[in-house]
Design a protein around this ligand. Structure first.
Ligand SMILES: Cc1ncc(COP(=O)(O)O)c(C=O)c1O
Length: 429
């Protein structure tokens, strides 16, 4: 597989390089040189396969001979160990539940495949993944790399500023997962990570690598669940399928559009955002004018400069699609609350991110169409918010309940790079 840097097309890398490097020069995103296509009959055959076998074939179409088919099947099998079921919500709307993995969010698909791919392409190299989290990414990364050989993970998070349940989810694992509560805020954690990456000596000594969210391996993995959704629909539902994607950094939507470029017959995508509506305004006016990011109930989508957007523009350019045909909508917090209540009244327990996608979908769905919205997180992950909206108690799923009373294993540190450096150098394999 060859990929080019969107900021400098002369920088070209293999899949192995893209996975290990994350970003190209000038922070440019990598994009596949070849967009593989399946014929209608190939798609039909793919849809008959089970999730893991089908996903390995989809990924192989991109990755090519850099990973052989048997290895790829094993990696996908290790990564995708949980289902992505479509549940009916109304007669013409369903949801694709992407939150049945260990950290209860769609990030488990991309994170776990990236971990498997990294171990595969890095061969026997020892790697230290250093990352900062405000809660959710840390959990997905920690669980994805847990117990993997030759890899250790160090996660920095702001002490007292993530929810107690989020902390329990990834700070109780031990083994190759090291967590450090920094006596400061998330920005300080991120800046410590940056300082570490600027320290060439440290980088080489400990084999520093990032588990960056814009890593191409994550995106490719996410393509697979759009096929999985389609495979579960009836022929009638497939005829005019509209998919609404709750969007923040626009990775999920990028993956959906890539599924369409491969030939999956999706009539229309909807980009659904919260009040951080840079993209909906851009699609309406043609002007890219990010505002200051505002805090909303769907906090994981509080992004005003979505970092995957250049990939979406590139897909439209390469496929000669018209960007204005991308359906879109922005939803306020009040509308989000109403959407969560409306879904609950229909017997479906949701949370703010999925509810935003539902709201725009139900506003825009036309007669004869079937709509799917992505359920990107388990409602219990946003327990406090959902309980306040619905005035009822949300039970904890097993993954959270099992860790609720475990002891936290985190180290504690001031916001001091010298101390972090010493800590990293003192880690033993
Ligand atoms: C629960 C949830 N929903 C939706 C999103 C948005 O996904 P994307 O950033 O790929 O647009 C995120 C992103 O972090 C998320 O955590």
């Amino acid at each position: 597989m060859k990929l080019y840097n969107l900021k400098d097309h002369t920088e070209q890398v293999s899949f192995a390089q893209a996975v290990q490097q994350g970003l190209g020069k000038n922070q440019g995103l990598f994009f596949p040189q070849l967009l593989p296509k399946f014929t209608a009959s190939e798609i039909d055959s793919l849809l008959k396969l089970d999730f893991v076998t089908r996903s390995a074939k989809i990924l192989s179409a991109f990755i090519g001979n850099e990973i052989n088919d048997d290895d790829l099947l094993r990696l996908v099998g290790n990564a995708f160990q949980f289902p992505a079921p479509v549940k009916a919500v109304t007669d013409d709307i369903g949801t694709l539940e992407l939150y049945h993995g260990p950290t209860l969010a769609f990030k488990d698909f991309g994170g776990r495949f990236m971990a498997q791919a990294l171990v595969q392409v890095a061969a026997d190299k020892q790697i230290t993944i250093l990352t900062a989290t405000s809660g959710d990414t840390g959990a997905a990364v920690a669980h994805a790399f847990y117990h993997l050989p030759n890899i250790r993970v160090v996660i920095l998070y702001p002490e007292g500023k993530i929810s107690p349940l989020q902390e329990k989810l990834f700070c109780t694992l031990g083994d190759n997962i090291h967590t450090i509560a920094i006596k400061s805020d998330f920005d300080a954690c991120q800046s410590l990570v940056k300082q570490a990456f600027d320290d060439e000596e440290l980088k080489t000594k400990i084999g520093l690598n990032s588990a960056n969210s814009i890593n191409i391996s994550r995106l490719l993995a996410q393509i697979c669940y759009y096929f999985e959704a389609y495979a579960q629909l009836t022929p009638k539902q497939r005829e005019q399928l509209v998919i609404s994607v709750p969007s923040g950094n626009f990775g999920d939507l990028t993956a959906g559009l890539l599924a369409k470029t491969m030939g999956l017959p999706i009539k229309r995508f909807i980009a659904a955002t919260n009040a951080n509506d840079t993209v909906p305004r851009y699609l309406d006016t043609g002007k890219w004018q990010p505002h200051q990011t505002v805090a909303t109930l769907s906090n994981a989508m509080d992004v005003s400069q979505p970092n995957n957007w250049p990939r979406i523009e590139e897909i439209y350019r390469r496929e000669s699609w018209v960007l204005s045909s991308l359906a879109h909508g922005a939803v306020s917090d009040d509308e989000t609350k109403v959407a969560v209540q409306e879904l609950d009244a229909q017997g479906y327990l949701s949370e703010p991110h999925g509810a935003i996608a539902y709201r725009v979908l139900r506003d825009q769905l036309q007669d004869g169409e079937y709509g799917l919205f992505l359920g990107t997180a388990h409602p219990a992950k946003f327990k406090e918010v959902v309980e306040a909206i619905l005035h009822k108690t949300i039970p904890l799923p097993e993954a959270l309940a099992a860790r609720e009373n475990m002891t936290l294993l985190s180290h504690h540190m001031p916001n001091d790079f010298a101390q972090l450096r010493d800590f990293l150098l003192a880690l033993h394999w």
